[in-house]
Design a protein around this ligand. Structure first.
Ligand code: DX5
Ligand code: ZN
Length: 226
């Protein structure tokens, strides 16, 4: 299972150092949490295309950047993030009208397409689009901030997508990536890896005052391989 850091809990006045530290510890995928101050329950604003453009310039072309759009108008604004340099756009199924059109637009623009669902959103909302999706993201917290507690009740949804993706791939279809996001730490990383998660987003479990990113990453990988 791959680990990708969310930079949400980073000190934004030292983001360059944080990115350098992540990359020197072997991280090659960064998860960018975009919130527009409207869509998430606590009305948070995080950052937009301007910061993402700076991050792309900082990390270079080899690091994979995804953007998790927690915004009300992803279908109108997705291109700003593509132009800012992201490789993958992940949009909330709860906030878009025409998933097929968005997926097609993203692929035409040369980037990967992902859909994400909240803890209380049913898998059936995304399964019809699975064959054209590069990634499905399952939220294990209610979107809005880092440092929240993991919600184990998403296990059934993870297993539903794991089975559906494996069947799709075995029938010659797309090998859609399965990602989880929210509350992942060293105490539950192995649990979600065993559920069949491909990539886990880790925010406060990686970027915190307890240890360096490298130390925290080692602790997580050690827990997975125990
Ligand atoms: C929450 C974000 C998550 C969050 C993860 O709305 O989508 O990516 O930053 O942070 P932790 O790992 O601390 O829950
Ligand atoms: Zn996220």
């Amino acid at each position: 299972m791959r680990i990708t850091p969310s930079i949400l809990t980073a000190d934004f006045t030292r983001l360059g150092e944080t990115l350098e530290s992540a990359i020197s510890s072997g991280i090659d995928w960064i998860h960018l949490d975009v919130m527009d101050g409207n869509w998430v329950v606590n009305r948070t604003i995080t950052f937009g295309p301007a910061l993402i453009r700076s991050i792309r310039e900082k990390v270079g072309s080899e690091v994979f950047l995804d953007c998790h759009l927690m915004v009300t108008n992803a279908e109108e604004t997705w291109k700003q993030y593509v132009d800012a340099g992201v490789d993958l756009v992940i949009a909330h199924i709860e906030a878009i009208e025409d998933p097929s059109a968005l997926i097609s637009d993203l692929h035409s623009a040369g980037v990967q397409a992902g859909l994400v669902l909240n803890p209380d959103t049913d898998a059936s909302t995304i399964l019809p689009y699975l064959s054209s999706l590069d990634l499905v993201l399952i939220m294990s917290v209610v979107p809005g901030k880092g440092g929240q507690s993991f919600m184990p009740e998403v296990e059934e949804k993870v297993r539903t997508f794991r089975l559906a993706i494996d069947e799709q791939r075995e029938n010659g279809g797309r090998n859609t990536m399965l990602m989880i996001d929210g509350g992942i730490k060293s105490h539950n990383a192995k649990l979600v890896a065993d559920w069949g998660i491909d990539i886990a987003v880790v925010g406060s479990g990686l970027i915190n005052s307890k240890g360096t990113i490298s130390e925290n990453l080692d602790e997580i990988f050690t827990s997975i391989n125990e």
